[in-house]
Design a protein around this ligand. Sequence first.
Ligand SMILES: NC(=O)c1ccc[n+]([C@@H]2O[C@H](COP(=O)([O-])OP(=O)(O)OC[C@H]3O[C@@H](n4cnc5c(N)ncnc54)[C@H](OP(=O)(O)O)[C@@H]3O)[C@@H](O)[C@H]2O)c1
Length: 176
Amino acid sequence: MTVHYYTSSSLDGFIATADHSLGWLLKQDFDEEGPMNYTEFMKDIGVLVMGSSTYEWLLAESEAWPYKQPAFVLTSRELPVPTGSNILFREGNVRDLFDEIVTAANGKDAWVVGGGDLAGQFADENLLDEVWVQFAPATLGSGQPLLPRALDVELLEVAQNRGFMCGHYRVLKSEN
Ligand SMILES: NC(=O)c1ccc[n+]([C@@H]2O[C@H](COP(=O)([O-])OP(=O)(O)OC[C@H]3O[C@@H](n4cnc5c(N)ncnc54)[C@H](OP(=O)(O)O)[C@@H]3O)[C@@H](O)[C@H]2O)c1
């Protein structure tokens, strides 16, 4: 199973403002049939993993839960569950959850939706394989970080989608 972190970011490496706003991103124009689009990416995804801030943002912003796939939500808190969803609340080290995530993916790949630290938790355990970033034509100056770890990555693919600069990278795993 391949573990992907697929996200949009400001040019200066933030995926949301400090107060979790995505207004700067949602006002941008993105060709949903263009390079590195979400629909193509999702064809290989069997399971989602996200932190609680991302989950709460989705709950607040979505009329109906948008995913058919099982979604692991990492949290230490009790959170609401939307109807029609397959939410699995877990906490602790992602290595300890990994077998369960693989089983839930049912032969497909995993998407770490965010935030950046959660992608970093997978990287810490050498479990993060690929990073896809659509860099929006905006800077934020501060906010929630894209991937707050020191990692070496290899650029596999680069594309322009309207104003976005899209990069697809492979994570170069550490030896230990
Ligand atoms: N630009 C984009 O495309 C994009 C994509 C995804 C997300 N976002 C946004 O980016 C922001 C990310 O927020 P964030 O940086 O706060 O990250 P987050 O991963 O969404 O949420 C972090 C929280 O998740 C819980 N958590 C994380 N790992 C855990 C673990 N191993 N065990 C138990 N709980 C764990 C903790 O909260 P509790 O234990 O208190 O619940 C932690 O404070 C959100 O606003 C989201 O909407 C943007």
